[in-house]
Design a protein around this ligand. Structure first.
Ligand SMILES: O=P(O)(O)OC[C@H]1O[C@H](OP(=O)(O)OP(=O)(O)O)[C@H](O)[C@@H]1O
Ligand SMILES: O=C(O)c1cc(=O)[nH]c(=O)[nH]1
Length: 237
């Protein structure tokens, strides 16, 4: 597959999505309750080379952003439980491979979904977030519930949220609030977080990349359903 318009690490990641079967077509209920004709399952990047591909893509995304925005820097990558955990840990490793001098001291950290009362105890595993500049690394943001929970944890732990990077931006509008028309134009959860916190929210791939480059993946019917879904739920920002 040659997608000359995309940087090499994105092409590699797209190919890994195919080889992992991480993009599925069908009917899926999302965390928000929305019914989606496709699903991105980051849990399937468990084989060594697939994990290497997704962590390398995350590392490039962060490294490239810091190269173009020299004021942007961070101490800790925070991976929200569960799927964010291996992503944050392996991305730290790949950042050190890219530039050991620049990234050799970056740490990772993640939350427990349930508090531990024995041993070392607590909710956080890995680096303390206190007084640290923190970037969240996660698989996907749809309605923004999971990312807002992660933001709350970082605040509670005394960290400073400086950015977010996700594998896949679904480019979706937020769910309608009570009394709102589901069909009305609205912005995305990613856009809301960007505006509210004034931080960069980066992604390796977006739904547009997938529709453009992976049309051959699904049947014609799957692709049509995906395009209809995109037309219905695409965010205005
Ligand atoms: O933007 P949202 O509407 O919140 O949905 C997206 C999030 O939901 C899922 O995680 P989940 O909380 O199910 O946890 P998991 O990592 O344990 O699968 C998914 O992995 C995203 O992180
Ligand atoms: O919105 C979600 O729950 C969701 C969407 C998606 O594509 N992948 C995922 O893991 N969760």
């Amino acid at each position: 597959m040659a997608h000359s318009q995309l940087p090499q690490y994105k092409q590699n990641f797209l190919e890994s999505c195919v080889s992992a079967g991480a993009l599925k077509f069908g009917t899926f209920t999302l965390k928000s309750g929305r019914q989606s004709p496709y699903f991105f399952n980051a849990g399937l990047f468990h084989r060594a080379l697939l994990l290497k591909s997704i962590s390398t893509a995350f590392a490039h995304t962060l490294h490239n952003y810091t190269s173009s925005t020299p004021d942007f820097n961070f101490d800790v990558l925070f991976g929200p439980a569960y799927k964010g955990i291996p992503l944050a840990a392996t991305t730290v490793d790949k950042l050190a491979d890219l530039d050991e001098k620049k990234w050799g001291d970056v740490s990772y950290s993640f939350n427990r979904k349930e508090k531990k009362d024995h041993g070392e105890g607590g909710n956080i595993v890995g680096a303390s977030l206190k007084g640290q500049k923190v970037v969240i690394v996660d698989d996907v943001i749809t309605a923004g519930t999971a990312i807002r929970e992660a933001i709350d944890i970082i605040k509670r732990e005394g960290g400073e949220l400086v950015g977010i990077v996700v594998a896949f931006d679904r480019l979706e509008k937020t769910p309608a609030k009570e009394g709102e028309d589901e069909a009305a134009s609205r912005g995305s959860a990613i856009g809301e977080v960007r505006r509210q916190y004034g931080i960069p929210v980066l992604s390796i791939l977006t739904l547009d990349d997938v529709v453009d480059y992976l049309k051959g993946l699904g049947t014609e019917e799957d692709v049509t359903r995906l395009e209809e879904y995109r037309a219905k739920y695409r965010a205005s920002d």
